[in-house]
Design a protein around this ligand. Structure first.
Ligand code: WT7
Length: 635
């Protein structure tokens, strides 16, 4: 019996039980039967949850790109690996076969080696959604360089922080990027970032927009002439299972972004397995995930998961609203997409528009639709299910995180009955528990608790780059022996999980995970600001929006508030990116603080939401009178 593909609900429960009782046997069989290895693992898994030390497929040797490309060439060489759909619908789409992709990746990998990149070196990739981002990622993995993709919407200072944290030797960028009607000056942002990045030796520049840019002598080179001259024969690096594959930064509730480190074999096995089962992938399907490769969703379900399964994956350069609100539906129709995977914020923004935008297209090719990034509210669920899925495509609400590498809780298409707003059941291998405030496991149904996982799975991130202590503290200390997700959840009577949202200071805005601390740091850098606190409040389209409470220094008190609001948002844009801008900024004379000086965010959250009913226990506040002032000034 093979464990790779679950065929029905009964088998799901069988596999699930097997994965809990005999995790080593379960994963060993999947690994051995579905991938090519230089050497297989005997021990399979070794872990110490107290120390946050986890190893999967111990001592095995493998190269993930050989598994994504080389092994498919004999059977699927002429099959399309990537369909590239450009920003402008009048430009033609590009169909890149497995043979083409293999050759482009090999050439690029040789270029990286010629430029002095070796196994273990970090390479920052700051590119728009064009084929070269896929080629660059895979080229790094082929030679064992650690890719660190930074979403091309981040500002120069945010890129610099990420480059410096992992001491990248190289940056791969482009002369610009197209997004809807805009052209983004990516190279200019990199030039500014690199003023403060001493580790970077080389910059490779892809030509995309033909914008006029500055090339720095001795540092910057155009990529295309180098790849044209390179050989397409590139021997892959033999990697240990636990060699880092990539770093991807995610916001935390405190301090600087966390460079989550994913390693090779476990990530490979888990993304391939989860892709196959959640989306019920079959050989001739055309899979489209609308995320950006700058996020984990793009890493796992535009690139690695689909390519490991020999699938055809769509990469879209543009935005859902350009040239009009039917762009997504038009692309599904054009490429006969079978699985469509997007975020609730995109659904909500398109659901606001006239129904004719979606009704124009029959969307008959679709088999499965998916959601990711935040809880999908009931209204959006039904709109998506009715108008996109035509009430016949299973809607898989997939819960996971940058840290988890792949989907952990989700319906499996055509297998698990779906229920609106419930992510439903954990995948095999995922031992979910809900914990109460006293750190006891919650056995009851319909009680919200902290969502934890009590056994490691292959795709879990292994550490935070350069800061294992922070990894341990953030994920393994709140509930000893368990991985704590930072999310709250409840369970219904049949065991389905519903994710209720973050229980820490991370706010999900339009599907982007934003920590309050870095935003507050950016606000506080404004010379007129003394202190600030940022909380989330519900928003129809974005899910949450940001509300800032700002105390001004005396020098700022007399300035024009409207201007200050603009300047503060500009500061945030410069430090983090436009995604982190505040919807509302209220100037206050103080913030509610406990005697130990901690801001009571719970109160600020309630005020931002406009819910003045019950602030809970405020007896520990040092300055209870401030609550009324803030309430009265609410925007
Ligand atoms: C956080 C992780 C990995 C996906 C992209 C976001 C929230 C994600 C769901 C869902 C409810 C969800 C959680 C999680 N989240 N998917 N289906 N239902 N909440 O990755 O940026 O690392 O954010 O996104 O709060 O912890 P991320």
């Amino acid at each position: 019996m093979s464990y790779y593909k679950i065929e029905n609900l009964e088998q799901y429960f069988k596999h699930y039980n097997k994965s809990v009782r005999e995790p080593r046997k379960f994963w060993s069989k999947i690994a051995s039967e579905n991938f090519t290895w230089y050497q297989e693992s005997e021990k399979i898994v070794e872990f110490d949850m107290a120390e946050a030390k986890i190893k999967w497929f111990v001592d095995a040797k493998v190269n993930i790109v050989k598994n994504c490309l080389d092994r498919h060439l004999s059977k699927r060489g002429e099959k399309t690996a990537i369909i590239f759909e450009p920003n402008n619908p009048n430009d033609s789409a590009e169909h890149i076969t497995y043979n083409d992709l293999y050759s482009r990746v090999s050439k690029m990998a040789n270029v990286l080696r010629e430029q002095g990149i070796k196994k273990g070196d970090r390479v920052c990739i700051y590119l728009p959604m064009i084929p070269e981002i896929a080629v660059s990622v895979l080229a790094c993995a082929r030679i064992g360089a650690i890719h660190s993709v930074v979403f091309a919407g981040f500002s120069a200072s945010a890129v610099a922080t990420r480059i410096n944290d992992s001491e990248c030797k190289m940056v791969i960028t482009s002369d610009g990027g197209f997004r809807g009607e805009k052209t983004i000056d990516l190279k200019g942002i990199i030039d500014e970032a690199l003023l403060n990045c001493p580790s970077v030796e080389n910059v490779l520049v892809v030509k995309r927009t033909n914008s006029s840019i500055k090339m720095k002598e001795g540092r910057d080179q155009w990529l295309q002439p180098l790849t044209e001259a390179a050989s397409d024969n590139c021997i892959a690096e033999i990697m240990d299972s636990e060699d880092p594959l990539f770093i991807l930064y995610t916001s935390g509730s405190t301090g600087k972004p966390k460079g989550m480190v994913h390693t090779t074999a476990g990530y490979m096995v888990y993304t391939a397995y989860s892709f196959k089962n959640v989306f019920n992938y079959e050989e001739n399907d055309v899979f489209w995930c609308t995320a950006d490769i700058g996020w984990i969703t793009g890493h796992s379900y535009i690139l690695y998961g689909p390519l490991l399964n020999g699938a055809t994956t769509v990469m879209f350069e543009g935005v859902p609203t350009y040239p009009d609100f039917s762009r997504f539906w038009e692309i599904i129709e054009k490429h006969k997409v079978t699985q469509f995977y997007t975020a609730p914020t995109a659904i909500r923004s398109l659901a606001k528009e006239n129904l004719s935008y979606v009704q124009k297209y029959p969307l008959k090719s679709l088999k499965v639709i998916g959601s990711v990034g935040e809880p999908i509210n009931e209204e959006a669920w039904h709109w998506y299910n009715d108008h996109v899925g035509g009430k016949r495509c299973p809607l898989v609400d997939t819960w996971w995180q940058t840290e988890t590498g792949g989907i952990l809780i989700s319906a499996l298409a055509f297998i698990t009955p779906t229920k609106p707003t419930y992510a439903s059941l954990p995948l095999p291998g995922i031992q979910v528990v809900l914990m109460d405030e006293k750190r006891n496991e919650i056995e009851d149904n319909q009680v919200t608790g902290s969502l934890c996982i009590k056994f490691p799975w292959p795709g879990i991130a292994r550490t935070i780059w350069g800061d294992h202590q922070r990894y341990k503290d953030t994920y393994f200390s709140a509930f000893p022996g368990k991985y704590f997700t930072g999310d709250g959840a409840l369970r219904d009577e049949v065991g389905y999980y519903r994710i209720t949202g973050r229980v820490d200071d991370v706010i999900i805005v339009s599907g982007h995970n934003l920590g309050t601390a870095p935003i507050e740091d950016a606000i506080n850098e404004h010379p007129a600001v003394a202190e600030s606190a940022v909380v989330g409040f519900p928003h129809d389209v974005k899910g949450n929006a940001l509300y800032g409470f700002v105390i001004l220094k005396e020098s700022g008190e007399y300035r024009d508030r409207a201007n200050l609001t603009k300047e503060i948002n500009q500061h945030i844009s410069d430090h983090i990116g436009p995604i982190a801008k505040l919807d509302k900024i209220q100037f206050v004379s103080g913030l509610p603080k406990t005697r130990s000086g901690k801001i009571m965010r719970r109160i600020l959250r309630k005020i931002a939401e406009g819910d003045f009913s019950n602030f809970g226990d405020t007896s520990t506040l040092l300055n209870p009178e401030i609550v009324d002032e803030i309430k009265e000034g609410r925007l």
